[in-house]
Design a protein around this ligand. Structure first.
Ligand code: ATP
Length: 306
């Protein structure tokens, strides 16, 4: 069997005249949780809808385990589970009725449906809710039902479009944990416009802006993408701001309270050595100096500009 779990090749889509996504390429060959990150309107849902075969692309191809979604959608979709941005829940059904219905839609043989439903009820911790009408469930439980229908046919690849959108903080944590659990057995790709969501849940990031992929890598690589340009320093004998500013390479000084400063610098590592040397020479008694990591928000803003 091919190593390629999913491959997106030169994918472009135009709704009317305007391109929603343009030339998206990526391949997933390793299990893990992949975050598709982008601001509103970046093209995440369009990409996911095409990957799952619910929208026909204008150009390009999607392969699931080497099967072309356009040419052989039934076979490709067997391997994919999908939770769209608006979960396809029939709210007048009970949880159990809805999952049985989903199982039939996924061609699960009649004799295996009860077992499949029991399995996903347990997996998503909703067994005790199985007789409840979906419309009476909280947002968090409805989302669990949405995830349960996405994995009812035990797909090896699961696509979740903004799975924590609209949930309260406790529900968000619960859904994140559930996503991590289901990813132990399969590959998951989820979309979000929230940076902390990716950091908390995902192993890898694809960032998409204005319909194009602008970053692909691990969460750590993403975090380090922009070289830090600030240092945090603490000193026992605090110098004045003017004295710090006079050190060549220091472009700005911000007092952080206590014996702590944030120094903006312009010329890489050398400035750190200069600060240490000056501190020793003038008896400032430096206790701490480290480069500050760029916040994900800063990286996001930087990448969005490209
Ligand atoms: N059915 C449609 N008809 C016309 N334009 C559309 C349609 N759906 C999406 N678009 C446009 O395509 C672009 C990408 O939208 P898409 O929904 O894929 O983005 P997104 O990243 O998922 O954003 P969001 O998080 O807001 O859903 C946007 O400019 C959007 O307005």
């Amino acid at each position: 069997m091919t190593d390629s779990i999913v491959k997106v090749e030169k994918l472009s889509h135009r709704y009317s005249v305007q391109w929603a996504i343009r030339d998206i390429n990526f391949e997933i060959t390793k299990n893990g949780i992949y975050g598709l990150l982008g601001s509103n309107g970046a093209g995440k849902s369009t990409t996911m809808n095409i990957m799952c075969g619910v929208l026909k692309q204008t150009e390009g191809n999607v392969y699931v385990r080497g099967i072309n979604m356009r040419e052989n959608p039934v076979e490709a979709k067997r391997r994919i589970g999908f939770l769209p941005q608006k979960p396809p829940l029939h709210t007048d059904l009970t949880v159990e009725e809805f999952l049985k219905y989903s199982a039939r839609l996924r061609f699960i043989p009649a004799v295996e449906i009860d077992k499949a439903v029991s399995h996903v009820l347990a997996r998503c911790s909703i067994t005790h809710m199985r007789k409840r009408l979906i419309r009476n469930l909280s947002g968090g439980y409805q989302q669990r039902v949405g995830i349960a229908q996405a994995i009812i046919h035990n797909p090896e690849f699961v696509v979740l479009d903004e799975p924590t959108n609209g949930l309260d903080p406790n529900q968000i944590l619960e859904i994140r944990n559930l996503v991590k659990e289901i990813a132990e057995e399969r590959t998951v790709i989820l979309s979000t416009h929230i940076l902390s969501e990716v950091q908390a849940t995902c192993d890898y990031i694809r960032m998409i802006e204005q319909g194009r992929v602008v970053f692909a890598g691990t969460v750590d690589e993403f975090d380090n993408y922009i070289v830090p340009n600030t240092l945090i320093v603490s000193m026992i004998a605090m110098p004045s701001v003017a004295e710090l500013q006079a050190i060549p390479g220091v472009a700005g000084v911000e007092e952080l309270g206590g014996p702590k400063y944030r120094l903006k610098f312009t010329d890489g590592q050398e400035v750190k050595e200069r600060i240490i040397e000056t501190s020793v020479a003038r008896g400032w008694r430096l206790t701490e100096i480290y480069a500050e990591k760029s916040s994900l928000d800063a990286i996001f803003a930087e990448l969005s500009k490209q």
